[in-house]
Design a protein around this ligand. Structure first.
Ligand code: C2E
Ligand code: MG
Ligand code: MG
Length: 727
């Protein structure tokens, strides 16, 4: 019975060697359970003090031998191996007699281990090591009982004596082992008050015994751990099972330090915890060394930047994540040009310092979440781990190149440096870091072969796209100044009267050589580059100017709706809009503002006050493209919106597509509940019109009545009183 349990214990110990974390704790708890079970019947409470020591000593790698009732060894700790020289393999299974000294007179009590039948005891006896050397051993013996109270085995806990000692002396010896241990030891009573500490405790924490005794272990609390972790440690001190782990403690000086801790408890025969002890070592030195090693392995010493090893690791992780989330990233291989000549003429030290400064400039040009790594002598790699659009990496490449424009100042020299950047995109170009770096490198080489600097994509298709994107951007900038932009107006008609009740101003770009360019093509570029702010200002100004002109012509124009980009939505917007209205002497009721749900990314706490300010000045807000974004209905209720525009994508399907019909019906019902006016966008057919009117839509905007038209055409439609025939 006992042997089985011990064997079970040993098996678990063996298993525990290869485990970590929660699993390790699980197994340790199991072992403790078995030991506690065996100890339940320990009849001698007087042995408690020895047991506190025995348990502590066992944690200190003390020699402990476990044997069965017949004297055969079943347990052999590393400490026992250290003392006797026998490995567990050599010792386990042997009879304990094989450790006895050869001289029978010197053996002390004859085979004491076998005649002990109750209570823990302390004896001294002569024993022999594997080397043949004989010595006096102090042994603390504890019997192990089965459930019925019968003795089934024995635990012997040994220490080598230089001379025979009395029980008191042995106790003293144990106390002194504890006292002199390198590891800090703290013993608490059942009330969790510290009753004893050793000198290592004082050395590590800075608290003397007098300062610590009577306090709780909270004395060392660093505040670095959360409640659940602290509860775990507390539970261990209350007997939940042995616990081992790392805790950040705080020294008396206030400094925190990492410690490796093991916690166990001692119980009475009835199972009550009498003491808990925690044994800890200060591992700050190891930790610092580990960190230094870590830095050496993962970071470039010259620049302090991640090296190729770490870069590869991080990028591979990011690629796995990107695959899951269907996103893109880019690797930019940056090769510094003509660097060797600096090294050759000004020396290595100047070169090293220059590299460090270049690294700093690059780092500053990137976002925090981008990785910058130095992968070779004069090569850096920037990893952009999450880019919205692949073309954006070109903007970053340009930024990196621009960061080199100012000369560097090293040791009194003003130095110019240039670079070539090759760009590879994942997952399109490749799906592992090493491959991507190679492709980005090959693009860099292509630039260098042409004798140029600048940037180039690995894939020809991306080069084409980036080129178009850049061209569009620069032409759009010109368009704004050269007045190639103009506004068209698309009427909105009432579904009750068929009359024109409003219009939407839609931007057009009349390109000198390419003709009309659709806003669907250039608005996204304007959004990305920030040009939308200038364009937005121009649109509002132009719309107000037009309204003023119409009014001056005596035309009674219904309100004009102007589209706003989310980027225009800041706290100064109301003030800017009002100033424009003022400038053209246009009343706020003449202008409506169309906004989209994309605004919400700024957070309702930011946008709602701005919306309220606009509405308070008399401007009406319409929610454009409704149904395509991720409006939460909860927000919709809080938005001061007077009009909902059903997106064209739902209108296309009515009345044929059941889903679209259901969505359109839901939007109309909801808008009616919130007392909002409902406009259907993109209505092209009579069937659509009839269906939407029957649903209860208020207005229609679409080719059925009119496409967006030039200002003069719109004025003519108003003047002529054009109407939609609504049947
Ligand atoms: P939007 O604000 O939803 O404008 C409605 C779009 O639907 C317009 O496209 C309009 O021409 C088109 N449309 C109207 N009726 C029909 C129809 O019956 N059938 C079809 N197929 N299309 C119809 P447009 O003018 O190309 O504008 C596209 C988008 O560009 C606009 O969508 C808006 O998001 C943006 N946009 C246009 N002008 C501006 C502007 O001044 N500022 C900002 N920020 N965005 C603008
Ligand atoms: Mg619109
Ligand atoms: Mg729309």
């Amino acid at each position: 019975m006992f042997e089985e349990r011990v064997a079970e214990c040993l098996r678990l110990c063996e298993q525990a060697k290869s485990l970590h974390g929660v699993e390790l704790h699980g197994v340790l708890a199991e072992i403790a359970g078995i030991i506690d079970g065996l100890k339940q019947q320990a009849p001698d409470p007087a042995g408690a003090i020895l047991e506190v020591h025995a348990r502590i000593l066992s944690q200190l790698h003390e020699p402990i031998i476990t044997m069965n009732i017949d004297g055969y060894i079943v347990g052999w700790t590393a400490g026992a191996q250290g003392l006797f020289g026998y490995s567990p393999d050599e010792a386990i299974g042997q009879h304990v007699l094989f450790l006895y000294a050869s001289d029978p007179d010197q053996q002390g009590t004859e085979i004491p281990e076998l005649f002990l039948d109750h209570g823990g005891s302390l004896i001294e006896a002569r024993r022999r090591k594997k080397s043949g050397e004989e010595f006096w051993a102090a042994m603390s013996l504890s019997p192990i009982h089965d459930e019925d109270g019968g003795t089934i085995g024995l635990v012997a806990h040994l220490s080598e004596l230089t001379e025979r000692m009395s029980t008191e002396e042995t106790l003293h010896l144990h106390a002194s082992v504890i006292e002199n241990s390198d590891q800090g030891i703290l013993i608490t009573d059942a009330n969790e008050h510290i009753v004893s500490v050793n000198s290592a405790f004082t050395r590590i924490t800075g608290y003397t015994a007098a300062e610590a005794i009577g306090q709780t272990p909270d004395l060392l609390r660093s505040g670095a751990h959360d409640t659940s972790f602290r509860t775990q440690v507390r539970e261990a001190m209350r007997g939940a099972g042995p616990w081992q782990g790392e805790i950040t403690g705080r020294r008396k000086t206030g400094e925190t330090f990492p410690q490796s801790v093991s916690i166990s408890v001692v119980r009475r025969a009835n199972g009550d915890v009498t003491h808990a002890f925690s044994i800890f070592s200060d591992i700050s030195v190891q930790r610092a060394a580990e960190e230094r090693m870590q830095r050496l392995v993962n970071f470039d010493t010259g620049t302090g930047l991640p090296n190729r090893t770490l870069l590869t690791q991080l990028v591979d992780q990011a690629i796995t994540a990107a695959r899951r989330m269907d996103s893109h990233g880019a690797l930019l291989a940056i090769e510094l040009e003509r660097f060797t000549s600096i090294n050759d003429t000004l020396g290595q030290e100047v070169g090293d310092e220059l590299l460090r400064q270049v690294g700093m400039r690059f780092r500053a040009a990137l976002r925090d979440e981008d990785i910058l790594s130095r992968v070779g002598g004069t090569e850096f790699v920037a990893a952009l781990l999450n880019i919205q659009k692949r073309e954006h990496s070109a903007i970053v490449a340009q930024k990196l190149l621009d960061s080199l424009a100012q000369p560097f100042s090293v040791a009194g020299h003003g130095l110019h440096i240039d670079a070539s950047i090759g760009i590879a995109i994942y997952p399109e170009d490749g799906e592992d870091a090493t491959m991507l770096i190679r492709f980005a490198d090959s693009a860099t080489k292509r630039i260098q072969k042409g004798g140029e600097s600048g940037y180039l994509f690995y894939s020809p298709e991306m080069n084409q796209r980036a080129k178009e994107h850049l061209l569009l951007e620069s032409e759009l900038r010109k368009a704004l100044v050269q007045q190639e932009l103009l506004l068209y107006y698309q009427p909105k008609v009432s579904l009750r009267s068929g009359r024109i009740v409003g219009s939407e101003a839609l931007i057009r770009w009349k390109h000198p050589s390419n003709g009309m360019i659709s806003p669907a093509k250039f608005i996204p570029v304007a959004e990305e580059t920030g040009l939308i702010l200038d364009i937005g200002t121009w649109v509002l100004d132009q719309a107000c100017r037009q309204v003023r002109q119409w009014l001056d012509q005596g035309l009674s124009v219904p309100p004009v709706a102007v589209n706003l980009s989310a980027r225009q939505f800041d706290k100064n917007l109301p003030q800017r809009v009002l100033a424009t209205l003022d400038q053209h002497r246009v009343d706020a009721s003449q202008i409506k503002l169309e906004i989209t749900e994309s605004l919400l990314v700024k957070g309702p706490e930011v946008v709602i006050p701005i919306m309220n300010a606009l509405v308070a000045s008399g401007l009406a807000l319409s929610l454009d493209d409704f149904g395509t974004g991720y409006s939460s209905l909860a927000y919709l209720k809080k938005f001061p919106i007077s009009t909902l525009k059903i997106d064209r994508s739902f209108v296309i399907g009515v009345p044929g597509d059941d889903n679209d019909c259901a969505i359109a019906r839901a939007i109309v019902t909801m808008g009616q509940q919130l007392r909002q006016e409902i406009v259907a966008e993109g209505v092209e057919t009579v069937e659509q019109m009839v269906f939407l009117r029957n649903l209860g839509c208020d207005q229609l905007q679409g080719f059925l009545f009119s496409p967006p038209v030039a200002a003069d055409d719109f004025a003519r439609m108003i003047r002529e009183g054009q109407k939609l025939s609504i049947g």
